[in-house]
Write a protein that binds this ligand. Sequence first.
Ligand code: ADP
Ligand code: SF4
Length: 692
Amino acid sequence: MRDPRYDILFEPVRIGPVTARNRFFQVPHCNGMGYRDPSAQAAMRGVKAEGGWAVVCTEQVEIHPTSDITPFIELRIWDDADLPALARICDAIHSQGALAGIELAHNGMNSPNLYSREVPLGPASLPVATWSHDPVQARAMTRADIADLRRWHADAVRRSLAAGYDLVYVYAAHGLGGLHHFLSRRYNDRGDEYGGSLRNRARLLSEILADTREIADGRAAVACRITVDEMLGEAGITRAETEELVGLLAEVPDLWDFVLGSWEDDSVTSRFAPEAAQEEHVRGLKRLTTKPVVGVGRFTSPDTMVRQVTSGVLDLIGAARPSIADPFLPRKIEEGRLEDIRECIGCNVCVSGDFTASPIRCTQNPAMGEEFRRGWHPERIRPRRSDARILVAGAGPAGLEAARALGQRGYRVTLAEASRELGGRVARESALPGLAAWRRVAEYREQQLRRMPNVEIYPQSPIDADDALAGGFTHVVVATGAAWRADGVGRWHTRPIPVGGPLPVLTPDDLMAGRRPAGPRVVVFDDDHYYLGGVLAELLAGEGCQVRLVTPAAHVSAWTANTLELVRIRRRIMRAGIAVDTNRTVTRLDGDGVVTACVFTGAEALVEADAVVMVTARLPRDRLAADVEAIASRRPGGPLRSVQVIGDAWAPGTIAAAVWSGRRCAEELDEPPSTAPVPFRREVAALSREWP
Ligand code: ADP
Ligand code: SF4
């Protein structure tokens, strides 16, 4: 039963000619599937609709070959050939009773057009504004170009209606939509009627909104998505300008969607911003229009959502990440099952799918991106096929998810964990600066497991092979994780770093276990390149150490470019007074410190230090599996059918990969081994009929 406090979230909201069944609105979000994996995307969006979202949108949809943001893989609506894919997505959303939204985008100066080879278009002749600094400039659009753009957008609106969409977005936000470039003084220095005053800079947006309305003609709602503040002061769009803009166009769209700054500012990780961080920037805009307003804020708490509505900030609760982590968030609130909500941890692994042009994955929701490919569902899993009894050794993210999903299937599961606390690496890492939200990975799973009568949990129970065999289990799942190496082996050094003198070496495991360097001068050697090196440097600096971070990469925590965190991490590292040596490696240790070398010239320097922290690579902790197999082979005839190693014990990787591997183990238990060369469904581009 729903808590009446949340009734307001389930009120229908009229959006122009259509009505949202409640206030839950999945705003457009990228997913790395786009035009390459349309059925995978359709299934993913359909599951969101099934989970109760009233509106489910596509990601940005490129309207024309001059709007091609290759290597990113988004949807396209270039011509009628794109319609079957778009219609499949729309139908999947409709089939579950939600409204389908499409975010039409001309990416303007954000499109390097690497695939189409068209010349990029923008308000001014400036280098394209892409993450990859493509060596090409946009051409300043002429009046003829502007007329073309209006025509392309109008055609895209017609096609969106033909595909069945109920809500059509005009996208002018994030510095990604080309209309944003026209709005912003940062890019628009035109001297004609499309530049200068805000009214002029808004002219193209206003014309395209009017075109869209005219074509939609009551058959679909029109949404306008804008950046409320570019966070650049007078050099860019300010909140005051946004107020003027909303004043000008107040009643033109049927819905306003307000975002903050660039994508980096809008999808901030939990390390750098709390839930509802955008609220202060969006508050007050709603009173400038009678039209409904949607906005985001990594909303996972229904109380925060209610406050957005009752305090007049938003009408619709926008969500990308919370809808990825839990596609059934609205339904769980509606059914009073708050404890079942799989809260987003704000890690942005989902975002990395877009940046790496690979299907979206989520740390909390291993079914994300697998709905069509493997038939996984975030809430359901097929019942057990046997009376097998399963031992899961290790309760990190892999073991917890395996036990949870096996328990959900109805198997009898014993989960044994060596330490007192469940959670493995997430329990330890979540105690580090900025990573507290990561605990939710363990909390959600522990909460679910504790309610399963067929699952027994034994903390403080290190398992050896004899224990595993004595229990009479049918399957043993080894989820015992991995240990950080102290010998410096990683990407740069594939053999141990030479040691010329006694320098204390600490690993991340040591630091997380509370051990600390004896003296204040510490070198953190980060050859891992994800978050941990930077976080540990921050931890030690916060405790008063003089920290120098040495990394062979060009950036601190280089891979976090894929999670939109690179700049914020570097800023925090610099403000913490941490010295940084990028493009340098550690070549050897000696009694006085570490010898570092330039990765380009090899020029060496001694960094005096009292200790070095090696953040390089991990060794899988998989001995239990080999021991069990060895003993079992000497004692045939027992109940044991399989021993499987999962998660970091199989191959150290991300928490998301560990959770996924736990899910896969549970999905595939008792299934006949697949003989298919590709273990999942995929779509292959149809060959052109025109050949040669
Ligand atoms: P993953 O990311 O693959 O889940 P973790 O390192 O997070 O791996 O978790 C592994 C967990 O396994 C840790 O909590 C660790 O204490 C536990 N563990 C390691 N060896 C054993 C063992 N022999 N018996 C039970 N638990 C173990
Ligand atoms: Fe949230 Fe991380 Fe999942 Fe993205 S990957 S939805 S940030 S938990």
